[in-house]
Design a protein around this ligand. Structure first.
Ligand SMILES: [Zn+2]
Ligand SMILES: [Zn+2]
Length: 648
């Protein structure tokens, strides 16, 4: 897609504007009917995405002078020059030569001279002398560009688009899908309406890929170097190149990282709705009253109360969004704890997002949220979800879906902050950061926060609350060391140690469901064979991340049709089965870190009826990870006891 580029002189100074449809801009600035129809809706004070100071923002008819610098530049070039613009002294007096020089140098800076020369495009696009408005004869023709009805329709559509796209960043194809669903069709003139939306301050457009920020080096060096491209949607470096039908380039750049959500290209239009300002949470008078409604335990209430106070704090202007960590042990009941937090923001008229790492978590949470907040529209988003373009007070989404939002939410709750796929994924980190409004708040939930967050919390840089006790008020089962040979040795000897078999037998006999964790998928099948030979009458099976029947087997295990399930860390979280014992074999494996050990151990003792499950760390050696996991579990039990959260 191409964009025009022009400079316009307003009362407050010069602005540089990129346009998807220059007719709209000319009519906006000079058309007589534009002034009447847009009067009242275009006044300064509207939330605008642009950083232009409010008195500089143009309103229809405000242009003193307008210079069209190019009628067709590649989208990314036009937006890059627009975003780099700084007014220069004497621009009021510039003629066509001075403007020609300016735009050439601005393009060289934005795009890089080598690329500009190689494309041949720049010089051709700039061959025309700049056009000046108002010129001698232009104005009368301008009046004929839009009929009053036509302009009114465009104006209505621009405002609708602004509403639908508020808090979102969508590629052109996605905008069309949204128009199809929200508006019942794709109007032919929607791109013109988007341009009017930009002039109204309701929308901002970009190219899918943007040049990296210019390096701080001397001008002559800077111009020689082509700037790398970065995806505006997911923040990744864009290294893909492909022949492109849309722009005719043989090597149009695109982003490979977020390809699954549609191709973000150098020539693709990315539309972003204007951001609204964030609201503060209301605790509804007293936190205790707010908490009472949700039936929380004392430990849950204390942490939720601290989080509510955090949400009610006014945002510090200009600072990054505030963060708060709820460090809740496995089985603490963290879902119930977020209800009062969501309530506090929803009551203040805000929008909330709950992001979970996996689709099954989202699907499990959706009906609970819908039941708890019957008056709210709950939008559930995952790959292929039918709610894709719906808007609601509560949005529940898997992490990748966040890429479609920009500054949309007053509160972003990130469940299992340490879980795949946030952990060490810069793209999802970028997406989560972009989804929160400026001045909005983040709540992180985790039973095993990443070390970095633990350190920030300990140093007082991250406000946090611990929930050290489970909802049933019994301490966490502390893992016991069980010395045995490695799984590899068992398989080589084709024999299981009698001591391990006795422990397994005891668990089965006491009526427990047995989680047996192994470190490697390839061990599962041969290990199952050994188990079947020894535990003849026990129904057992194995599953892993590569097992297509995993869901069915987990279901059978929940329903006690299977009594023993051999698995890997894929089931370390999310699966809660009452009356469970946990065996972790090769607990000294380097594949099991402290967090994984705590999560696996956390499967035991989850129900009120059987709060003291057994956890065995079976290994030849006792590693620092095992030691750290046990230390953390014991420490939480101590804190819980001191806080009076444990039943005596
Ligand atoms: Zn991307
Ligand atoms: Zn292209």
């Amino acid at each position: 897609m191409d964009a025009a580029l022009y400079a316009v002189r307003l009362a407050g100074g010069w602005r540089l504007i990129a346009s998807l449809d220059l007719r709209v801009d000319l009519y906006w600035w000079f058309g007589s009917k534009a002034r009447k129809i847009t009067a009242g809706t275009s006044s300064p004070g509207l939330p605008a995405v642009s950083k232009v100071r409010s008195h500089d923002r143009g309103y229809a008819g405000a242009a003193k002078r307008l210079v069209v610098l190019s009628q067709g530049l590649p989208l990314g070039w036009a937006t890059a020059v627009r975003d780099d613009f700084a007014e220069e002294r004497g621009m009021d007096l510039w003629g066509s030569k001075a403007w020609g020089r300016y735009v050439r140098s601005a393009l060289e800076h934005a795009v890089g001279a080598p690329l500009l020369e190689a494309s041949g495009r720049g010089s051709r696009a700039l061959a025309d002398a700049p056009l000046f408005f108002p010129g001698d004869d232009g104005l009368r023709q301008l009046e004929a560009l839009f009929g009053p009805r036509e302009w009114e329709g465009l104006h209505t559509l621009a405002l609708q688009l602004g509403g639908w796209l508020s808090g979102r960043a969508l590629l052109a194809g996605e905008v069309e899908a949204l128009l199809q669903e929200a508006g019942g069709g794709v109007p032919a003139g929607w791109v013109a309406a988007a341009q009017l939306g930009e002039l109204l301050g309701r929308l901002r457009f970009y190219a899918g890929l943007a040049a990296e920020p210019a390096p701080r080096s001397p001008g002559w060096l800077r111009r020689r170097r082509a700037r790398g491209l970065r995806c505006r949607r997911c923040g990744s470096a864009a290294r893909g190149r492909t022949a492109c039908a849309a722009c005719g380039s043989a090597a149009c750049a695109y982003c490979e990282t977020c390809l699954a959500m549609g191709r973000s290209r150098a020539c693709a239009l990315l539309l972003q709705g204007a951001a609204q300002s964030a609201v503060q949470g209301t605790a509804g008078g007293s936190p205790t009253a707010a908490l009472g409604r949700w039936g929380l335990s004392a430990a849950q209430s204390a942490a939720a109360g601290a989080a509510l106070r955090f949400l009610a704090e006014p945002a510090v202007p200009g600072s990054a969004a505030g963060r708060f960590l709820i460090w809740a042990v496995t089985g603490a009941g963290k879902t119930e704890m977020i209800f009062p937090l969501l309530q506090s923001i929803l009551t203040a008229g805000g929008r909330v997002l709950v992001a979970a790492p996996r689709r099954d978590v989202v699907l499990e949470l959706a009906p609970r949220l819908a039941a708890a907040f019957a008056e709210q529209q709950v939008v559930t988003l995952y790959g292929g979800s039918p709610d894709r373009w719906k808007q609601g007070g509560i949005t529940l989404a898997t992490t990748h879906q966040l890429l479609r939002f920009k500054e949309a939410f007053d509160l972003v709750v990130i469940d299992e902050i340490d879980a795949f796929p946030y952990h060490n994924d810069p793209m999802l980190d970028f997406a989560a950061k972009g989804a929160c409004k400026a001045g909005g708040k983040y709540i992180y939930l985790s039973a095993t926060p990443p070390l970095k967050l633990q350190q920030e919390a300990a140093a007082g840089r991250l406000p946090h609350a611990k929930v050290p006790a489970r909802f049933h008020g019994h301490p966490l089962p502390v893992p016991k060391a069980h010395r045995m040979i490695s799984v590899h040795q068992c398989l080589a000897r084709r024999q299981l140690p009698p001591a391990l078999l006795r422990q397994l037998q005891a668990s089965i006999e006491r009526g427990a469901q047995v989680f047996l964790f192994l470190s490697r998928i390839r061990h599962i099948e041969p290990f199952l064979e050994l188990l079947r030979r020894s535990l003849v009458k026990v129904p057992l099976d194995g599953t892993s991340s590569v097992d297509p029947e995993r869901a069915a087997k987990v279901m059978a295990f929940r329903q006690r049709e299977l009594r023993l399930l051999v698995t890997t860390t894929i089931l370390e979280r999310g699966v809660t089965v009452p009356r469970s014992d946990v065996f972790i074999l090769d607990a000294d494996s380097e594949l099991f870190d402290e967090a994984a050990l705590i999560q696996m151990a956390g499967r035991a003792g989850r129900s009120k009826e059987d709060p003291n499950g057994k956890v065995l760390f079976a290994a030849h050696t006792w590693t620092s990870s095992q030691r750290a996991a046990c230390r953390q579990i014991r420490r939480m039990n101590v804190i819980a006891r001191k806080g009076g959260y444990l039943k005596r």
